[in-house]
Design a protein around this ligand. Structure first.
Ligand code: GLN
Length: 511
């Protein structure tokens, strides 16, 4: 039977195990995140700017810990054990949030529920650090280096991500975002169950399905051992973690930038001082760093979804359709819906262009992604231009925004995962996946900060100012993203030729 399917189009069964595991995990992550900011404002009684920054701090740390998880996995645990530990921690975190939200009365009056909130989110931050980089790099490990099916594999994997997000977000919006603050707990409970299922599924199938085409087990052993004494290298990393949690504890901490800078410098030093890497290896790693910088501008704007864009849905948009009023958090699902339906279209498009020899190289695809993101916000700007106070905007604009953002994401995100996997020297595969996620850490922090500038017509405080630019209304607010994404896209396009040249040299050497 295996022979009936040409090897170039069929995929190893292990891919579907990783697909299923990631699907349940993303159910848990996005399902929770979809209602988090509303939980913070409506149940924990935080104001919107504070809740926005809190959200940014949380998701920023979510993307910072993969670095630590990747490091431990590369040197000590291997992918499989890291995924199991991460899965268990994240399930525990969701159940702790369930406990936090169950002590509602209102929650804000209970110190215990606040501590449980921190503890639950902390467990998820650490757990995600073990889980996310390992599952992402394992996808590529199921194939021999240079296998042309890798891009497609990451696209399929990406559909698992979004299927999980779609199911999770739908369930948590319907059972948690009901308008009654004490219902949020049901969302967290559902997420805890989902994460448990994912961990069990992974544990069940791991030995059976996770191997290379040659039949060698994948993810059982660390990618490399030796080198710097592990304990010493771990110290600064642990420090980063502790500072990070402190930061989460107080949204007053000025910026996460110093933490990220320490992390980036540390990794760069570790990799660039490694004598076993060739010149092409090093240049490939440089490309990963450069590309990661540009995607910050993408995610900072994109991750407004559960924050300012959900405030928008709640306060400024008509949510009634066929006499039924939709919960504000449910609109984030449009992203998953467009990604799932769009992924095959994009895969076909790239293949068709590839056959004619004019498939854009990865950095160009990413620049296109940034441009589509800008278009999404531009459409939104039309919707809110000269908006009279109290007038609600049609949901068309938000639907269109998510449409463009999702196609932008498809041009940028799966392509990026695959690019990192291809360019990273094997011994640093997971660590460099951590660098890719570090870009998200910076971006998510910025996203929370940006969302805290969301204009509030009821507020008597002076309009927020960003680098001298006054954000007086929704139009000004959304315009920030139009401009930043367009500029980033233009610069990336300008340097893409150089990046592609390095990538080709790296691939020629690997072949
Ligand atoms: N939606 C994707 C995921 O959850 C990408 C997230 C990201 O890189 N910001 O994996």
């Amino acid at each position: 039977r295996a022979q009936a399917i040409p090897a170039s189009t069929s995929h190893p069964k292990g891919l579907y195990l990783l697909f299923a595991t990631e699907m349940w995990e993303r159910f848990s992550y996005y399902g929770m995140r979809a209602v988090l900011v509303l939980f913070l404002t409506d149940a924990m009684l935080m104001d919107k700017p504070f809740a926005s920054k809190f959200y940014g701090g949380y998701t920023s740390l979510i993307y910072l810990t993969p670095l630590i998880g990747a490091y431990i996995s590369d040197r000590y645990w291997g992918n499989r054990r890291s995924i199991l530990v991460g899965g268990l921690l994240m399930a525990a975190g969701q159940f702790i949030l369930f406990a936090s939200a169950s002590s509602y009365g209102p929650v804000a009056t209970h110190a215990a529920s606040h501590w449980l909130l921190y503890l639950g989110l902390g467990a998820m931050i650490v757990g995600n650090g073990f889980f996310k980089p390992n599952i992402s790099s394992m996808v590529g490990s199921l194939y021999t280096p240079g296998d042309s099916r890798k891009d497609a594999a990451y696209t399929i994997f990406y559909m698992g991500i979004n299927l999980g997000s779609l199911i999770g977000n739908t369930i948590t919006s319907l059972i948690g975002d009901t308008g009654h603050a004490n219902d949020f707990r049901w969302a967290f409970l559902a997420c805890g169950i989902a994460m448990t299922v994912g961990t069990v599924v992974f544990n069940w199938g791991k030995s059976k399905y996770l191997h290379t085409p040659q039949g060698q087990a994948v993810g059982t052993t660390p990618a490399h051992s030796g080198g710097i004494n592990g304990i010493y290298a771990l110290l600064p990393v642990l420090l980063v973690l502790v500072l990070g949690v402190l930061y989460l504890d107080s949204a007053k901490f000025p910026t996460i930038a110093p933490l990220l800078a320490v992390a980036v410098v540390g990794i760069a030093y570790m990799i660039f001082s490694d004598k076993s890497l060739s010149k092409a290896d090093i240049q490939g790693v440089l490309v990963i760093f450069v590309v990661s910088f540009f995607v910050v501008f993408f995610w900072a704007a994109f991750e407004q979804a559960p924050a300012s864009l959900t405030f928008f849905a709640k306060e400024n948009m008509n949510r009634t359709i066929f006499g039924f009023t939709l919960p504000p958090s449910i609109f984030q699902n449009l992203n998953s819906i467009f990604v799932i339906s769009g992924a095959p279209i994009m895969a076909l498009l790239w293949t068709a262009l590839g056959r004619r020899g004019n498939e854009p190289p990865s950095p160009v695809k990413m620049a296109i992604g940034l441009l589509l993101l800008a278009v999404g916000y531009l459409v939104m700007c039309f919707g809110v231009k000269d908006l009279q106070p109290g007038v609600k905007v049609s949901m068309f604009y938000l639907v269109a925004l998510y449409f463009f953002h999702s196609y932008g994401e498809l041009c940028l995100s799966p392509i990026g995962l695959s690019l990192v996997n291809k360019l990273a020297p094997v011994k640093f595969a997971s660590l460099l996946m951590g660098v890719w996620f570090l870009a998200n850490a910076a971006a998510n922090y910025l996203a929370g900060y940006m969302s805290s500038l969301y204009p509030d017509p009821k507020s008597t405080a002076p309009a927020p100012v960003l680098l001298g630019y006054h954000i007086n209304n929704l139009y000004d607010f959304f315009m920030v993203f139009v401009v930043s994404a367009t500029v980033a896209a233009a610069v990336l396009l300008l340097i893409s030729g150089k990046l592609v040249k390095i990538m080709n040299a790296r691939e020629a050497e690997a072949a």
